[in-house]
Design a protein around this ligand. Structure first.
Ligand code: ZN
Length: 163
């Protein structure tokens, strides 16, 4: 996906699991990747490169499956590396805001809700749509004119804006 973005776009099964992309033939893993249309020109050399890459990194029938933690050089999971990764995902201003939020004297449930608003982790219709949850309408139930997002009731809703 990251190494071959053009090929990824043309893959028939873009959300495929490993088992959907090949099969064991006499204890040998055979990659079976189907494409939506034929390749031309420079794409063909990408295909050859991908095939070589897959042949070099094929599955081994003898080996047990195992989890790999890609963030650590030693490829072993640790709390420290998780902490470091999470630190990098938040901006400094965000971290300051969060620490301020937890210092405010308010109900824990209110703090928790506000924190989820900051992170955009509220089950709004927009977020449900992004997770492909089918709803009859994704519009705000108050104004009916815009999609219900996390920000909408606070900033752009004509009805809740009055309150
Ligand atoms: Zn609204």
């Amino acid at each position: 996906m990251y190494r071959y973005p053009r090929l990824y776009l043309n893959a028939k099964l873009r959300q495929a699991t490993l088992s959907e992309l090949g099969k064991w033939i006499q204890n040998r893993w055979e990659w079976i990747i189907e494409w939506r249309c034929d390749w031309f020109g420079w794409e063909k050399s990408q295909i050859i490169e991908l095939r070589q890459h897959l042949t070099q990194n094929t599955l081994n029938f003898q080996n047990e499956d195992e989890w790999l933690w890609k963030d650590e050089e030693i490829e072993q999971y640790s709390i420290k590396s998780t902490y470091k990764k999470l630190q990098n995902t938040f901006k400094t201003e965000d971290l300051e805001l969060y620490s301020l939020l937890w210092k405010v004297k308010a109900l824990l449930s209110a703090q928790h809700f506000t924190w989820r608003v900051f992170l955009d982790r509220i089950a709004t219709k927009e977020n449900l749509r992004k997770r492909r949850v089918m709803l009859e309408s994704y519009l705000c139930p108050m104004c009916g004119s815009m999609e219900e997002s996390t920000n909408h009731p606070f900033f752009t809703c004509k009805i809740t804006g009055i309150v």
